[in-house]
Structures are given as C-alpha cells and as structure tokens.
Design a protein around this ligand. Structure first.
Ligand SMILES: Nc1ncnc2c1ncn2[C@@H]1O[C@H](COP(=O)(O)OP(=O)(O)OP(=O)(O)O)[C@@H](O)[C@H]1O
Ligand SMILES: [Mg+2]
Length: 243
C-alpha cells in the first residue's frame, strides 16, 4: 500500500510520517520510507544517517555523460542504482529523493520516483512518502497512484486552504485518490473540521500539540524515539484504527 503525506510547509508532515512509520513497524509491518522533500529531513526524524539520494544518481549520470556501464539499459542501470541507495534499518528501509538540478526543477528525480514506485513498493507492506511542501507533486503526478493521501494541517488558516485545495487540484490534473484524509496537527480545531466537512473531506484524526515532540526537537533527538504513551503517537495510532 502506498501512502503519501502532504500539506503546507511546516505543518508536521515529517512528524506524522515518522510517527506512522514507528506505528507500522511496531505492529510488524515492512515499511519503505521515501523522503520526497528536496530539503530532506525524514532520515533525521527516523534517527538514521542520510545516505545517497536519487539526486546523487542523476549527478553521477551527468558526470559520466550518461555512459551506462556494462551494456545495461538506462532503466536497468537506474533500477540497480536505486536498489543500492535504499538503506536498510531496523524495521524499515529508506529511499531519499534528494535535490534535483537547478532551482525549481525537480522533474528528473520525480520522474524516477514515479516510474519506480510501484515496482519498489511491491516488496513492502507500506510505502510512506513524505512529500515536499505544497501540492506541486500533484501536477507533477508523482503521487498519482497512492492508496491513501494524508494532508496534514496545523492551526493556520493557510494550511487549511492548502489542504482543501487538494480535491480541486486533483480533479484538474485527473487524479483519483483511493482515499483522501485530513490530519489535524497541533490540536483540535472545530471550525476547520466544519469547513473540511463542507468540502467533503474527512478529518481522520487529531494529533495534540505534544511537549514530547518539542523536547525531542530541542534536544536534537529523532522523533521516532518518542514515548509510545505520548499524545501525538496515540493520535497516530487512533488514525490507523479509524482507517
Ligand atoms: N504535534 C506536534 N506537537 C508539537 N510540535 C510539533 C508537532 N508537530 C510538529 N511539530 C513541530 O513543528 C515543526 C514542523 O514539523 P515538521 O518538520 O514535521 O513539518 P513539515 O510539514 O515536515 O515541514 P516541511 O514543510 O519543512 O517539511 C517541527 O519543529 C516540529 O517540532
Ligand atoms: Mg518535512
């Protein structure tokens, strides 16, 4: 099953992704974590070293002027290199998309993700994609074939607006999510819930503002190390119970 986590910048996408990965691995699921944010920090949240990325493969190809070794096709070469850069950890594997060439253009790495995600995710129970901020990934269609799209929002109206735009945008670019849910982060907001309901999108769960998360961040510790009794982790468990 492919899960994407999106939403406005800074709303808690990486926190929600990391807690989801903690939850799914704690119940014995095999997880592929995909950091699709060019400002990659999912590795830190998961407490592992960030290794090579798909962006690095692109650079490698550029350096070698696209000379593929050993008579491989470009596709076969990419598949092999992607396999090599997926790092293995306790309970989950991690694939980092990394930066793309130039500013603004993130196409190459996105294309590679799109072309390989189905094949890769077949080896796992769950693939969790921590998306770049905003909803650009929709028009690039990198998150087209996800089973569940979670859009995270916090207490800012702008984050709600981004979240509510997703349905219209998906329609525009002809994407049909199997399931689309909002995740309210940093505490309940009844007004936001009402607006979401009006727009026909369900708030599937609420994560409280959690001192434990603030503590982990201020001490530079990985979010995945959160106490299982912490409110935000309970919230994530509740969400998975509701699906
Ligand atoms: N439930 C929560 N309780 C307390 N602090 C939180 C909570 N969720 C997120 N935060 C804080 O909010 C900040 C942003 O969280 P996070 O990095 O997960 O957002 P993001 O959406 O992934 O951001 P970006 O768009 O930059 O990738 C972090 O400093 C984190 O500590
Ligand atoms: Mg993030």
């Amino acid at each position: 099953m492919i899960i994407a986590v999106s939403g406005k910048g800074g709303v808690g996408k990486t926190v929600f992704s990391a807690l989801t990965i903690k939850y799914l691995t704690s119940i014995g699921k095999k997880v592929l974590a995909v950091d699709a944010d060019p400002d990659a920090n999912l590795a830190e949240a998961l407490g592992v070293e960030r290794e090579n990325s798909i962006g690095d493969i692109r650079e490698e190809l550029q350096r070698t002027q696209h000379k593929i070794p050993g008579g491989l096709t470009k596709e076969a070469f990419l598949q092999r290199r992607i396999h090599e850069i997926i790092s293995e950890h306790k309970g989950f594997d991690l694939l980092v998309m990394g930066r793309a060439e130039g500013q603004g253009c993130y196409c190459w790495v996105n294309n590679i993700l799109r072309e390989n995600i189905d094949r890769l995710s077949a080896n796992y129970d769950y693939t969790i994609i921590d998306c770049e901020a905003g909803l650009e990934h929709l028009s690039r269609r990198t998150t087209k074939d996800v089973d569940i799209m979670f859009v995270v929002l916090d207490q800012s109206k702008l984050s709600l607006n981004t979240a509510l735009r997703i349905k219209g945008l998906a329609k525009e670019v002809d994407i049909n999510f199997k399931k689309l849910f909002l995740v309210q982060n940093k505490g309940q907001n009844k007004n936001f819930e009402k607006e979401a309901e009006k727009a026909g999108i369900k708030v599937i769960g609420i994560l409280p503002e959690d001192k434990e998360i603030m503590r982990l961040y201020s001490e530079g510790k990985a979010i995945i190390g959160i106490d299982k009794k912490a409110g935000a982790f309970e919230g994530v468990k509740g969400i998975w119970g509701n699906i």
